[in-house]
Ligand binder design. Structure first.
Ligand SMILES: C[S@@+](CC[C@H](N)C(=O)[O-])C[C@H]1O[C@@H](n2cnc3c(N)ncnc32)[C@H](O)[C@@H]1O
Length: 364
């Protein structure tokens, strides 16, 4: 570990130790995760490390679809353009814009159809990167610390919901516990407490079972639904509908960390130096959105969505590396099947292009 990394983790560890003490010695995992990822200046998304990129040699930790190929953004632009027209809006709102790659791709593809592009990101260090990437667009691109009380436009979020803190629930010896973080002999460790919280569906069997629930992602979608006056929203992420998420055999949950293009399952080690993420329960997201006034436009796999948006047409004349990247986006064993897209409308359903074939809304 470099000196910089060591001092970063020790400053974050000191902050976490204070938070644990203030919480009475036991910090619920979602509050731990919020600090590990977003504590100002120290959390993984708040410090200056590189994070996104194709190769570990760039100092990056993982790759996302817009980092992999601009074809992702140009295909998504077909859906966003269709939504701008169908909802009579001319603004795009992107949550969690990372390096700014997707914003660049959408703005290039949509041209004058986007009067204003607003980025909402919790991370100040990423905002600086986004500003650098998007200078060419001048005042058309803006940044907001939070959503205004009312807004209209088309919302996009790629791999944002998975970055929102989750609660961990563990069933052991038939009793449900909430997992929290304590300091044990000076080290961060897990401790479970009995809880009334439950997964949204009953987990068959009496075996020990670890899983997540997503109150923050669901609250985020509710707020979005409340404040969106006119428009649509599209979220792309890895995850499943709840019957698959809470399948009795998925007894280890989906919590995962990413660093240097390697995955591990220990969020308590090297805090602040790696991403912590959980899959999305798309049924919970759809339900929260519907309860708050959004309608579902569609839900499908990323492969199906991108093909519906004409990805194949865009491959004419593509270079070999671009073809290979497009394959990664749509192949079943890569991002094609695990990644899903969900779309919402506020003011009336229309046949959205991305869900024209292979819609799986009935499976939510
Ligand atoms: C895994 S990264 C994805 C970045 C980018 N969308 C991409 O695909 O490369 C997650 C991003 O979501 C942001 N984020 C997490 N929670 C957020 C929230 N509640 N509002 C806005 N941004 C959020 C993080 O700061 C980070 O930029």
């Amino acid at each position: 570990m470099t000196n910089e990394a060591t001092s970063l983790t020790s400053a974050l560890a000191a902050l976490l130790a204070t938070s644990i003490a203030r919480a009475g010695g036991w910090l619920p995992f979602d509050r731990f995760m919020a600090q590990a990822l977003y504590a100002p200046g120290l959390g993984y998304y708040a410090n200056g490390s590189r994070k996104f990129g194709s190769l570990p040699s760039s100092g990056s930790d993982f790759v996302t679809a817009p980092e992999l190929t601009p074809l992702f953004g140009s295909a998504l632009a077909v859906q966003v353009g269709d939504a701008l027209q169908a909802t009579g809006t001319d603004e795009v709102w992107e949550f969690g814009a990372g390096s700014g790659a997707l914003a660049l791709q959408l703005l290039q593809a949509l041209g004058d159809r986007v009067r204003r592009y607003t980025i909402v990101d919790l991370s100040g260090s990423l905002r600086a990167r986004q500003q650098e990437a998007l200078t060419a667009f001048g005042d058309r691109v803006q940044w907001a610390g939070e959503l205004p009380a009312q807004f209209s436009g088309v919302v996009v979020g790629n791999e944002v919901l998975d970055a929102m803190p989750v609660k961990l629930l563990a069933r052991s010896a038939g009793v449900w516990h909430e997992r929290g973080v304590v300091l044990h002999e000076g080290r961060l460790s897990f401790a479970d407490r009995p809880t009334d919280l439950r997964p949204p569906v009953e987990i068959e069997g009496g075996h020990d079972y670890l899983t997540e629930i997503h109150p923050q992602a669901e609250a985020f979608v509710r707020t979005l639904a409340d404040r969106l006056e006119r428009g649509a929203a599209f979220f792309l992420d890895y995850g499943f509908a709840e019957d698959e998420y809470y399948h009795p055999q998925r007894h280890m949950g989906t919590l995962m960390c990413h660093r240097g293009h390697l995955a591990d399952t220990d969020p308590l080690a090297d805090v602040g130096l790696k991403d912590i993420t959980a899959h999305v329960n798309f049924s919970g997201i759809a339900l929260a959105a519907q309860e708050a006034g959004l309608g579902v436009l569609g839900y499908t796999t990323q492969a199906r969505f991108l093909l519906n948006c004409g990805l194949l047409d865009q491959l004419a004349g593509a270079s070999f590396p671009q073809l290979a990247a497009a394959q990664t986006l749509i192949q079943e064993h890569e991002m094609g099947e695990l990644f899903k897209v969900i779309g919402f409308h506020k003011t009336g359903f229309w046949e959205a292009s991305g869900f024209s074939q292979g819609d799986r809304t009935h499976r939510l």
